[in-house]
Write a protein that binds this ligand. Structure first.
Ligand code: HEM
Ligand code: HEM
Length: 133
C-alpha cells in the first residue's frame, strides 16, 4: 500500500473512534447534542466513511485501470487538506459567532478547504480512470 493509502486509512480509523465516542456522549448527555451532532456527523461521514473510501480508492483504481495514479503530489495535497479542513470545521463549528465574526470566517475557510480537497480527489480519480481512446 502507498503512504497515502495508509495515512487515509489511519485517519479514517481515528475519526471513527472519535466519532463514536462523541455519539456515546450525545446518548448520555442529550443536552450537548447541539454542536456535537455536526461534529459527530462529519467526523463519521467525511472522516470515517469518506477517508476509508479515499484510501481504498487510491489503492484499487490505478490497479483496476492498469495505470499509475495520475498525480501523487495531488493525492498528498488531498490528504493534507482533507484532514486540515475536517479538523478545522469540527473545531470552528461550535465557536461560530455572528456573521462576519472571525470564528465564522474560519468555519467558512475550513469548509472551502474541505470542499477543495474533495475536488482534488475527483480530478485525480477522473484522470486515473480515463479511458484510453
Ligand atoms: C456507537 C456509535 C454511534 C452512536 C452512539 C451514535 C449516536 C448518535 C446520536 C445520539 C445522534 C443524535 C441524534 C439526535 O439528534 O438526537 C446521532 C446522529 C447521527 N449519527 Fe450517529 N452514532 C453512532 C455512530 C454513527 C456512525 C458510524 C455514523 C455514520 C457512519 C453516524 C451517523 C449519524 C448521522 C448522519 C446523524 C445525524 C442524523 C440526523 O441528521 O438526524 N453515527 N448519532
Ligand atoms: C465540504 C464538505 C462539507 C461541508 C462544508 C458541510 C457543511 C455542513 C453544514 C454547514 C451543515 C448544517 C449544520 C447546521 O445545521 O448547523 C451540514 C449538515 C449535514 N451534513 Fe454536511 N458538510 C460537508 C460534507 C458532508 C458530507 C460529505 C456528508 C455526507 C456524506 C454530509 C452530511 C451532512 C448531514 C447528514 C448533515 C445534517 C446534520 C444534522 O443532522 O445536524 N456533509 N453540513
Amino acid at each position: 500500500m502507498s503512504r497515502i493509502t495508509v495515512w487515509f486509512i489511519r485517519s479514517s480509523l481515528a475519526y471513527f473512534g472519535i466519532g463514536v465516542v462523541i455519539g456515546i456522549c450525545m446518548v448520555f448527555y442529550p443536552g450537548m447534542t447541539g454542536s456535537l451532532r455536526f461534529i459527530h456527523v462529519h467526523l463519521n461521514l467525511l472522516g470515517w466513511i469518506s477517508m476509508m473510501i479515499f484510501g481504498v480508492s487510491y489503492h484499487i483504481f490505478p490497479r483496476f485501470s492498469g495505470k499509475q495514479l495520475w498525480s501523487e503530489p495531488l493525492a498528498m495535497w488531498h490528504l493534507i487538506t482533507a484532514n486540515m479542513g475536517l479538523i478545522g470545521m469540527a473545531v470552528s463549528y461550535p465557536l461560530r459567532g455572528p456573521a462576519n465574526s472571525l470564528p465564522d470566517a474560519l468555519f467558512i475557510v475550513f469548509s472551502i478547504l474541505e470542499a477543495a480537497s474533495v475536488f482534488m480527489f475527483l480530478i485525480n480519480m477522473f484522470a486515473t480512470i480515463r479511458a484510453e481512446v
